[in-house]
Design a protein around this ligand. Structure first.
Ligand SMILES: Cc1cc2nc3c(=O)[nH]c(=O)nc-3n(C[C@H](O)[C@H](O)[C@H](O)COP(=O)(O)OP(=O)(O)OC[C@H]3O[C@@H](n4cnc5c(N)ncnc54)[C@H](O)[C@@H]3O)c2cc1C
Length: 486
C-alpha cells in the first residue's frame, strides 16, 4: 500500500481533517521536550525524522482500524499524548505515523461507590484533575507537567506526581485499562482491587511507552479531597539530617502528601532573607493531610522527629511560593538563554543516597567542568528509598564543545546510579535517550522484555527503537553523533 493509499484510507476512517500531511503540521510532532533535541534544534538539526503523517482517532474502534491498516501497509506508528516527554519517546526515527490521542479526551465514568474514574487516554491532565476536583475528588497524580501532558502519557511513561509519597506513582493509581495491541485486538484489564492470577499484564502495559500497545482508556483510583492539611518548613544542618528525617517519616508509616528536601544550592535560591537557613543550609518541606485528627497526629510526629535531627521550623513562605508555581517549568528559561540545561531523576535506596549525590557532584566538578552546575532535590520518598532529582547545566558555549560534555554528564549520572544499585529512571521513562543503559538497568530482565516485544509486535510496528528495543531497518541512528560509551 502506498502512502497515498494509506492517507485516503485513514481519511475515510477518521475524516480528512484528522489526517495531517502538510510539512508544517508534521514538524510540530517531530520532537518532544527532550533537552538534547532542543540543543540540536539550535543548529537547525532534528534528532530523528518528521512523521510520515499524523492521524487523530476519536474511538478505540478507530485506533484498532488504524493499527490494522498500518500493519497491512507495514507502516510503523507512534502513540502521541501531548509531547511533554523529556526522553525523546515520540521522536520518529523513520517517518512513522503519529497517532495523536488528544481527541479521546472525555471522562467516561466516575464510580463514587468504588472510588474509580474511567477516562479516555488523550485527556489533558489539568482538565482531568479540575473535573475530578469539581466532584470532590483527586486522582493524586499531579506531575509538574500536569497542564501539558495526557493521562495516557502518564501511564505510558510510568510517571510520578508531586504527591507520590502519599498516593503512589501512576502504576499504583491505574487499576484497569483498554489498549489496542499491534494485531488490532483490544486488550481489556478490568479495574479490580488485586489479583493473583499470574504475572500482572497491567504492569507490562503501564510503562511500555507506546512500544507494546496503544492505551485508549484508563481506570484510576480516586481519593476524596483531603479536608485538612498542615505545611511544615524546616531548616536542617545538612543533607544527611534531611534524608534521615524523610526516611524516618516514611518508615514510621506516615502518609505526607509532600516531602521535598533541597540541597544547599536549591535551598539558597528559595530561602533568601530567612535567617534560620544561615546556620542550617538545607530545607525540608513536609505537608501532611487528611482528617483533622490524623493531620494533628502526623504533624506532631513530624515535629518530634525533626527535633531529633536538630531541625528548626521556619515560616512557610518557601513552600507557599513553590506551590503557587508548582506546574511551571524552570528549564525553559535556561534553554532560551542558550544554556545546556538537563534534569535527571533516578531512584536509590536510603543506604546509598548520600554517597550517590557526593560521587556524582565530585565527578562532574572534576571531569566535566568547574563551571558545570550540579544540584539536586528529593521529592518522592518511600520506606525503602528516594528519588534523586538532579539539575545539570553548562553555560552557553560552542555547541561542538558542549555536546560531548553533556554526554559525559549523562554517562556519569547513569553509570554511578547503576554502580550504587539504583534505577536510571524514577518517573520520566526511558524513551529514546535512555535506551543505551537499559541492559545495565534490567540485566536478564531486558531479554524478557525483548522477547515480549518480539512476540507481541513481530512486525516492530509500535514505536520502534525506543526503550532500548531495536529500530527498524533503514531508520535514523539517533546515536550517530554520540559515543553512548556505556
Ligand atoms: C516541565 C516538565 C515537567 C515534568 N514533570 C514531570 C513530573 O513531575 N512527573 C512525571 O512523571 N513526568 C514529568 N514530565 C515528563 C512528561 O510530562 C511525562 O512523561 C508525561 O507523562 C508525558 O505525557 P504526554 O501525554 O505528554 O506523553 P508524550 O510525551 O506524548 O509521550 C510519551 C511516551 O508515551 C507514549 N504514549 C503517549 N500516549 C500514549 C498512549 N495513549 N498509549 C500508549 N503510549 C502512549 C508515547 O509514545 C511516548 O513514548 C515533565 C516534563 C516537563 C516538560
Amino acid at each position: 500500500m502506498s502512502n497515498r493509499d494509506l492517507v485516503s484510507e485513514l481519511s475515510e476512517l477518521v475524516g480528512a481533517e484528522n489526517v495531517l500531511v502538510d510539512e508544517g503540521s508534521r514538524a510540530g510532532y517531530a520532537h518532544d521536550r527532550l533537552p538534547y533535541a532542543n540543543f540540536r534544534a539550535r543548529e537547525g538539526a532534528l534528532v530523528g525524522t518528521l512523521p510520515g503523517l499524523v492521524v487523530r482517532p476519536a474511538t478505540t474502534e478507530q485506533v484498532s482500524a488504524i493499527v490494522g491498516k498500518a500493519s497491512k501497509a507495514d507502516h510503523p506508528l507512534i502513540p502521541y499524548g501531548s509531547g511533554s516527554g523529556v526522553l525523546g519517546g515520540i521522536i520518529p526515527l523513520g517517518g512513522e505515523v503519529m497517532l495523536d490521542m488528544q481527541r479521546m479526551n472525555r471522562i467516561l465514568k466516575i464510580d463514587r461507590d468504588n472510588h474509580l474514574v474511567t477516562v479516555e487516554a488523550g485527556m489533558n491532565g489539568e482538565v482531568f484533575e479540575d473535573a475530578l476536583n469539581a466532584e470532590g475528588f483527586t486522582s493524586g497524580h499531579l506531575p509538574q507537567s500536569l497542564t501539558i501532558s495526557t493521562v495516557g502519557g502518564w501511564a505510558a511513561c510510568r510517571g510520578g506526581g508531586q504527591e507520590s509519597s502519599r498516593f503512589g506513582k501512576i502504576e499504583n493509581i491505574v487499576v484497569g485499562l483498554k489498549a489496542v495491541m499491534p494485531d488490532g485486538r483490544v486488550l481489556e484489564i478490568r479495574p479490580l482491587p488485586k489479583r493473583a492470577s499470574g504475572p500482572s499484564v497491567l504492569d507490562i502495559i503501564v510503562g511500555s511507552e507506546g512500544t507494546l500497545a496503544v492505551i485508549t482508556e484508563l481506570t484510576l483510583r480516586i481519593w476524596t479531597l483531603p479536608p485538612a492539611e498542615e505545611a511544615i518548613v524546616l531548616a536542617l544542618p545538612d543533607r544527611t539530617a534531611a534524608l534521615s528525617l524523610a526516611k524516618r517519616i516514611m518508615q514510621a508509616g506516615l502518609h505526607p502528601r509532600i516531602v521535598r528536601l533541597y540541597d544547599e544550592k536549591e535551598t539558597a535560591s528559595r530561602t533568601e532573607g530567612i535567617s534560620a537557613f544561615e546556620t542550617r543550609p538545607v530545607m525540608a518541606n513536609i505537608v501532611v493531610c487528611g482528617e483533622e485528627a490524623i493531620v494533628a497526629a502526623e504533624a506532631a510526629l513530624v515535629r518530634e522527629f525533626a527535633k531529633s535531627v536538630d531541625a528548626v521550623e521556619t515560616e512557610t513562605r518557601p513552600f507557599d511560593e513553590w506551590r503557587a508555581k508548582r506546574y511551571v517549568s524552570i528549564t525553559k528559561q535556561w534553554l532560551d538563554k542558550g544554556y545546556y540545561n538537563d534534569t535527571l531523576e533516578v531512584s536509590v535506596n536510603w543506604s546509598k543516597a548520600s554517597s550517590l549525590y557526593d560521587t556524582i557532584a565530585a565527578r562532574i566538578a572534576a571531569e566535566v567542568s568547574k563551571d558545570a552546575h550540579f544540584s539536586a532535590h528529593w521529592s518522592h520518598v518511600y520506606p525503602e528509598g528516594v528519588c534523586q532529582y538532579m539539575t545539570l547545566r553548562l553555560p552557553p558555549m560552542d555547541q561542538s564543545a558542549a555536546l560531548p560534555l553533556h554526554e559525559k554528564m549523562w554517562d556519569i549520572v547513569n553509570g554511578e546510579t547503576l554502580a550504587h544499585g539504583g534505577s536510571i529512571a524514577h518517573h520520566h521513562g526511558s524513551g529514546l535517550f535512555r535506551g543505551p543503559w537499559m541492559d545495565g538497568e534490567h540485566g536478564v530482565g531486558m531479554d524478557i522484555l525483548r522477547c515480549i516485544k518480539a512476540s507481541v509486535d513481530p512486525q516492530n510496528l509500535f514505536n520502534p527503537g525506543k526503550l532500548g528495543f531495536p529500530p527498524r531497518a533503514g531508520s535514523i541512528d539517533p546515536y550517530r553523533d554520540r559515543g553512548a560509551n556505556v
